[in-house]
Design a protein around this ligand. Structure first.
Ligand SMILES: CC(C)(COP(=O)(O)OP(=O)(O)OC[C@H]1O[C@@H](n2cnc3c(N)ncnc32)[C@H](O)[C@@H]1OP(=O)(O)O)[C@@H](O)C(=O)NCCC(=O)NCCS
Length: 225
């Protein structure tokens, strides 16, 4: 990773150099490395059922075909965005399941552990949500986060994304019977956040967090505390 290191050897991240773009074929090795070769127990602890994963070569082929097919379209319809830092792929946001014209469920994964807890989600969640909102004409985005995942729950709280309750889930590769906190972001809320961010500082990503965090206390309903 090309980030500078602090005195403890942890990368110092310039958040202005963080962005999102469409998934590309070149990212596929890093995606598969994350899902199939993370330290033992990592994906299970997140609430994923490894038995629900496709075999690795099949998953890699699926991603490559998805990118290739997308290139034939006039406008991108990819449901996976790659998070980049200084142009290097470091993670992804996916929206799945997805009901175009209505809603989708949002996911976030920063593949490199050293790049986590540096404020990257504060930049990339709003950016990716807005891209998905526009790309798929969504009315709302849902986040169904396993209760034990305090990191991503904190991200939503900090961004002021409303918690709307709890649900037992088992969609996609999530373990059946997983208790999740459910958050909702409507298109109007997402638009307000984009507008607030742009008017606060048109040239900077940094203000995302402050623009969004003003709503954070309001966003946590009593049932979600
Ligand atoms: C979850 C994830 C996407 C968050 O992105 P991030 O860039 O690391 O988050 P940020 O650095 O912007 O942190 C935002 C807030 O969440 C907190 N946070 C993030 N990860 C945390 C963790 N593991 N434990 C506790 N708090 C955490 C940060 O401390 C910060 O809050 P604070 O300012 O009050 O301290 C990323 O850590 C990740 O990919 N984790 C592994 C995969 C995962 O859990 N995906 C979600 C599955 S539901």
């Amino acid at each position: 990773m090309s980030a500078e290191a602090d005195a403890l050897g942890s990368p110092v991240v310039d958040l202005q150099l963080v962005t999102v773009r469409d998934l590309s074929e070149e990212d596929v090795n890093e995606v598969t490395e994350y899902w199939y070769h993370s330290p033992p127990g990592f994906i299970e602890a997140m609430g994923i059922d490894p038995k629900k994963l496709l075999p690795e070569p099949e998953f890699a082929r699926y991603l490559i075909e998805k990118c290739t097919a997308n290139k034939l379209l006039a406008a991108s319809k990819l449901n996976t965005l790659t998070i980049t830092y200084k142009g290097k792929a470091i993670g992804s946001h996916t929206i799945d399941p997805l009901v175009e014209g209505d809603h989708g469920i949002f996911h976030a994964h920063i593949w490199n552990p050293e790049m986590r807890r540096k404020g990257i989600a504060m930049i990339t969640y709003p950016k990716a949500c807005w891209i998905f909102m526009e790309r798929f004409d969504l009315k709302r985005i849902l986040f169904k986060t396993p209760m034990q995942n305090i990191g991503p729950i904190r991200v939503k709280e900090k961004l002021g994304i409303r918690c709307i309750g709890e649900e037992t889930v088992g969609f996609g590769i999530v373990r059946d019977g997983t208790l999740a906190k459910v958050f909702e972001l409507t298109r109007a809320e997402a638009a307000l956040r984009v507008k607030a961010h742009r008017s606060e500082n048109p040239n900077s990503n940094r203000s995302n967090a402050s623009a969004l965090s003003r709503c954070s206390e309001l966003a946590i309903s009593p049932s979600c505390r």
